[in-house]
Design a protein around this ligand. Structure first.
Ligand SMILES: Cc1cc2nc3c(=O)[nH]c(=O)nc-3n(C[C@H](O)[C@H](O)[C@H](O)COP(=O)(O)OP(=O)(O)OC[C@H]3O[C@@H](n4cnc5c(N)ncnc54)[C@H](O)[C@@H]3O)c2cc1C
Length: 424
């Protein structure tokens, strides 16, 4: 790797504090030093591009497996344009027939709780999660069967029981619900930043740097180009660039991943009304005949969260406006006033605009680049990826090392160009 700092290779790494980590370049990180092995480690050097939830967990698992790992991000862990940069993300195990994600959510929760245990502030709020449906449907029955097989205490609830337990919701037109007591909310941005901090403390290297698209015919690569003009060498590379993957790999990924605009709104609950606090109110999703809305209680006084789960317009994550639309706000208020009538007139406390990075059907992409055998592509979180970060990272690390049987659902070959969302 080219010298970029004037420091001789082998100079001790400057201390990376939480402050310099979050400030990105901040002048603190010296590029040439990243090729230096952390003391006591002899594994190969892996570069992970993208410090969102997928890249951060992949880097953490590779480090734990004994590798030298450099994690880089163009803007910083869970910044405001990243898909992982939101306030909160739901974790739940209800996935209908897609029990593969039930398993992953359950296994990931252990890691989230472990991270929460070492964090000064909570990473996980165990609010419980309630999904409710106009009528009994295969998704409910399949979820219950999968949960029973995995020993999860998920409850099927009728309308009367839901109305009694959750008086902040009007269950008009609802027949059945699924309540998952052990799941809830992950504090998204905080958890990714905390994870990257732990990664650095454990001997990993974090850099703020932008990787350039790969050029070259094929075969193993031994370095990538950075926008700064420098090259970063390693034995293998992981690209976990979320909604930027199509821009980095236009020929290989192209429209197999399409980022869509998603808006999220928070409203202040009536003063002193404890029904909207975690503990009383669960995380929830109204399946609403397929037109899904979801949200959270008033977590950490951010406001009661509402979002519409339909795909918005296809967007570019670099240039899309982060200003919420009037139409989006009006749609959310109409839904809120019908389903949560106690919140009528509640003031907006915050709004955020993010993007899903959808695969054709909602399955993740975790596969080796078709022309570069030491490059792994990781992404396609498709609006449900966050909760699975720990297991995506574990699988990605094993996949890169050839230590796991490839899962067809995560393969590039199964990623179509047409859009037909199937995983919910
Ligand atoms: C509004 C909204 C609500 C959601 N709700 C939920 C939920 O309730 N539950 C759930 O489980 N999931 C949810 N998701 C989905 C989940 O948040 C995403 O699937 C997940 O965060 C994707 O993470 P990622 O690491 O793939 O991408 P990102 O978080 O976008 O990270 C990619 C990173 O790569 C970096 N990068 C890109 N290009 C380069 C480059 N050239 N060089 C260096 N770095 C680069 C970017 O800066 C970025 O930080 C939601 C998503 C949104 C938008």
């Amino acid at each position: 790797m080219k010298q970029g700092s004037g420091k001789p290779p082998g100079s001790p790494l400057p201390p990376i504090t939480r402050r310099s980590l979050l400030a990105g370049a901040g002048g603190a990180v010296i590029l040439p030093a990243v090729a230096k092995a952390a003391p006591g480690r002899s594994g190969a050097h892996v570069v992970v591009v993208g410090a969102g939830v997928f890249g951060a967990w992949t880097a953490s698992h590779l480090l734990r497996a004994g590798h030298r790992v450099t994690l880089l991000d163009a803007w910083g862990p869970a910044h405001s344009r990243a898909s992982s940069g939101g306030e909160s993300r739901m974790t739940r195990a209800a996935y209908g027939k897609d029990a593969i994600y039930t398993r992953m959510a359950l296994d990931s929760l252990r890691d989230w709780k472990a991270l929460s245990d070492v964090s000064g502030l909570p990473i996980f709020h165990e609010t419980g999660v309630l999904f409710f449906f106009p009528r009994d449907e295969a998704y409910v029955r399949d979820s219950l069967a999968a949960h029973k097989a995995m020993g999860l205490p998920t409850q099927a609830l009728g309308r009367g029981e839901m109305a009694r337990r959750f008086p902040m919701i009007d269950f008009e037109g609802v027949e059945v619900g699924l309540f998952e007591p052990g799941f809830g909310a992950l504090m998204a941005r905080r958890s990714v930043q905390m994870l990257v901090e732990q990664f650095v403390k454990s001997g990993g290297t974090y850099l703020r740097a932008e990787a350039q698209p790969l050029v070259g015919k094929g075969g193993k690569i031994n370095s990538i180009s950075l926008k700064s003009g420098e090259r970063l060498g390693a034995d293998s590379f992981v690209f976990a660039a979320g909604p930027w993957l199509p821009k980095l790999f236009p020929d290989v990924i192209g429209s197999r991943i399409f980022p869509t605009r998603q808006e999220v709104f928070f409203f202040a609950p009536p003063s002193g009304d404890r029904r909207f606090l975690p503990g009383a109110m669960p995380g929830w999703a109204d399946f609403n005949g397929g037109d899904i809305f979801y949200g959270f209680p008033d977590l950490e006084a951010r406001g009661v969260k509402f979002a519409h789960d339909a795909h918005g317009a296809v967007v570019d994550p670099d240039t899309q406006s982060r200003e919420p639309s009037e139409a989006g706000l009006a749609r959310i208020i109409a839904f809120r006033d019908r389903r949560f009538p106690l919140l009528r007139g509640a003031p907006l406390t915050e709004a955020r605009v993010c993007q899903y990075e959808n695969s054709s059907n909602g399955d993740f992409l975790i596969d080796i680049h078709p022309r570069h055998p030491n490059v792994l592509l990781v992404g396609g979180g498709s609006g449900h990826g966050f909760k699975h970060g720990p297991e995506v990272g574990r699988y990605a690390a094993q996949r890169l090392l050839g230590a796991v049987r490839p899962e067809p659902r995560f393969s590039l070959a199964t990623k179509a160009q047409s859009q037909k969302r199937e995983v919910h």
